[in-house]
Design a protein around this ligand. Sequence first.
Ligand code: CAO
Length: 372
Amino acid sequence: MTKPLDGVRIIDFTHVQAGPACTQLLGFYGADVIKVERPGSGDVTRSQLRDLPGADALYFTMLNGNKRSLTLDTKTPEGKEVLEAMIKTSDVLVENFGPGALDRMGFSWERIQELNPKLIMASVKGFSEGHSYEDLKVYENVAQCAGGAASTTGFWDGPPTVSAAALGDSNTGMHLAIGILTALMQRQKTGKGQKVSCSMQDAVLNLCRVKLRDQQRLDKIGYLEEYPQYPHGSFTDVVPRGGNAGGGGQPGWVLKCKGWETDPNAYIYFTIQGHAWEPITRAIGKPEWAKDPAYMTPEARQDKIFDIFKTIEEVDHKVRGKYLTIGSPIKFSDLEIEVKPSPVLGEHTDEVLRDLGYGKEDIARLHAAKAV
Ligand code: CAO
């Protein structure tokens, strides 16, 4: 079956999570993703948090399916020569090295354009170009703090809290994938490649749009009526942590279900939408609240919201071998996505070199020079 990205060749110069999440997605959709890793060691996640001795860790396998693996030391002259050949014959180069690493390797954006003006170069960095922190290396949780997610997550009497969702890593990778696809579309019109970059801070901030909305409302009126702090608590000049509050027009909270004393996940997220109020009052045995002006509207209920939630909680609710991974979160009506396993380190080195036109002797020479 023809895949949408068939024929798109991607040099996958990524590691850890933010970059690999992006390129795996493009691999799901048919791109030929060639993961370039340092000989001998490879992506650090191959050996991080191993659950099977000698086998690539789940951290690696779950982010590097649908790729081929080439080992290449791009700091050796021979390795540079192979990378140059790849740049000349590829459509996209994706990287998430520390700032400046690619330039130090000898592959600045200017040099890449000389080698292949049609190439799209896509990068993830912690902070965007021109930012005072642009030179910093960044991991997930730093981005969650810098992008406003951590300070607005958690409970008001506790510290800022990071999310279990990879808002800094995989989220940035997803943003970058959109950027790459957009640049491929533009290239169809202009014939030219371009540089696409997404900072982890910006990608987190993009998901914290409503918190920025709240900050501006707070600056103006001094309170946020949908937060648990209203009307009894107090506000400072920054958006507070709202616990599990809905954050929109409908109040919501995490409520205990039957068995919560022993099951850490016996909880349900409960949202009271306006039109659902009347049936809720019947279900919780408080039909008189349906028409009571003190409970009828979200505004009237806000100062009693925790008593209401308490009433609801009293109600009863009900080697490697195979590994579990997550396929494409995006579904298509005309595309069947085949999820393939991640490659072992260097599995496709000779195959990729042959694709580039290297003969037997040349391949032997590169192995002897420890460039691959
Ligand atoms: N051949 C030769 N050298 C290679 C190589 C290869 N195949 N692959 C990597 N290297 C080199 C790089 O060129 C770099 O060399 P310098 O000495 O010139 O800097 C060196 O390996 C280290 O690369 P790095 O800075 O990317 O790695 P690190 O472990 O020190 O930092 C990370 C990791 C993630 C903090 C950093 O890469 C980073 O900030 N990336 C951008 C933001 C990002 O993506 N963060 C999310 C990571 S997921 O949580």
